[in-house]
Design a protein around this ligand. Structure first.
Ligand SMILES: [Fe+2]
Ligand SMILES: [Fe+2]
Length: 398
């Protein structure tokens, strides 16, 4: 089979990318396209690039119904940025493609002029050939001359295909901050950006320390392989929102971001394992099913993710029902979990409004909403939630 390999940061994925994929398939030069969102950023400081799982699932959403095209997670691993030559070798080694498959590295014509300065170009061309897109308006003659030059020095054959012209540039789009149909972004991607509040102007993660940013990136790659897409995206949303609240209410952005990212880290473990983990810090009884993952998560975060900060572990442990006297990190993680942008199960307007200005009032408002919905079902809120609510109200009175 002839397989087009199309890698990129896709930050965000736009119509230009889509026209490359469709053009390659329509040209029949390849049978299918393997789209590979980069994991570790190569050429930009890590913080300038959106966290990898967001980009991966954004591309997935964009290409959900695209025939003959597949999104590949081979670069979703923490480490040094992967050079193209290594990715191509890994595709074969990990049997994503077979030895018999012919690989075509898809690129724009500008790449032809840079290719010689890439890392190990001759090795790349032992793994694949170049498949170059010709956009309307580019100088075809010049591109073909350069291709002939590469063919001669590397003993290869460069192939071409035509694509439709689309006016887009990711960085320009991002800076505009508008996500309507004029931006050259497919609707599925725009919906994804809106749902997860990506590219927000205040960019909360810019406020965590360099070391913490690296830790968050590393955990994102681990979580990518441990959690389903929905829960991972939820956890990342909670992380970004908790960092924003930390800035707003004087919390520690590093602690809040870390606790928030890992708050549900044990939720998809087998129940038996969760019970065993929770038993290490809760003695004498087993917490109910809804709560179990919180103490289990605190232990798992310590044992599996190497978290040692007790304040962070506590915020994970108490994120479902709270505790009588909560730290600022507890409250921020608790609220961010309930209010992250993809949450739409209830009317959260009032609680979100409180969370703009007053952390304790936001907590009270959130507890009261939970109490009301529980009482409609004839249920009582958890004892710890009750104590926490009473404590916050008593504090308000004096
Ligand atoms: Fe949870
Ligand atoms: Fe959660």
């Amino acid at each position: 089979m002839k397989i087009g390999i199309y890698g990129g940061a896709f930050d965000p994925f736009h119509n230009g990318h889509l026209s490359m994929i469709r053009g390659a398939i329509a040209s029949k030069k390849v049978d299918r396209v393997l789209v590979i969102p980069t994991g570790m950023p190569c050429f930009k400081p890590a913080r300038k690039v959106t966290l990898s799982p967001y980009r991966f699932y954004m591309v997935k959403a964009a290409l959900k119904d695209e025939p003959k095209c597949e999104v590949c997670d081979i670069e979703q691993v923490f480490g040094e940025p992967s050079y193209t030559v290594q990715t191509l070798k890994n595709l074969r080694k990990q049997k994503v493609v077979s030895e018999k498959d012919e690989l075509f590295l898809m690129c724009g014509s500008d790449i032809l002029f840079e290719f010689e300065s890439w890392y190990q170009p001759e090795e790349i061309l032992k793994q694949c050939r170049l498949l170059c897109a010709l956009r309307p308006g580019i100088d075809e003659g010049q591109a073909k001359n350069q291709a002939a030059h590469l063919e001669e020095i590397f003993d290869t054959k460069v192939k071409f295909f035509q694509i439709e012209g689309v006016e887009v540039a990711s960085s320009a789009l991002r800076n505009r901050g508008e996500w309507d149909e004029k931006t050259g972004i497919p609707e599925a991607v725009r919906a994804f950006i809106r749902c997860h509040d990506l590219y927000s102007e205040d960019a909360p993660l810019m406020h965590v320390s360099d070391e913490m940013y690296k830790t968050l990136m590393k955990h994102c790659f681990t979580l990518f392989h441990e959690l389903g897409s929905k829960r991972l995206l939820h956890s990342m949303n909670v992380c970004v929102l908790a960092t924003r609240y930390a800035m707003r209410f004087g919390g520690d952005p590093d602690k809040c971001a870390l606790a928030a990212l890992l708050h549900d880290c044990a939720k998809e473990l087998p129940e038996k394992q969760q019970i065993e983990l929770a038993a290490k810090i809760i003695h004498g009884y087993t917490p109910g099913k809804q709560i179990l993952h919180s103490p289990a998560g605190a232990v798992y975060a310590r044992e599996h993710y190497g978290v040692e900060d007790q304040e962070v572990l506590d915020a994970i442990q108490f994120h479902t029902v709270g505790r009588e006297v909560m730290t600022i990190t507890d409250k921020i993680v608790y609220l961010a979990d309930k209010l992250e942008p993809a949450r739409d199960y209830d009317d959260l307007t009032e609680i979100r409004r409180w969370a703009e200005t007053d952390l304790d009032e936001a907590m009270i408002s959130c507890y009261l909403a939970i109490k009301e919905s529980f009482s409609k079902k004839g249920m009582e809120i958890h004892d710890d939630t009750k104590k926490s609510l009473e404590y916050l109200i008593s504090k308000r009175k004096d």
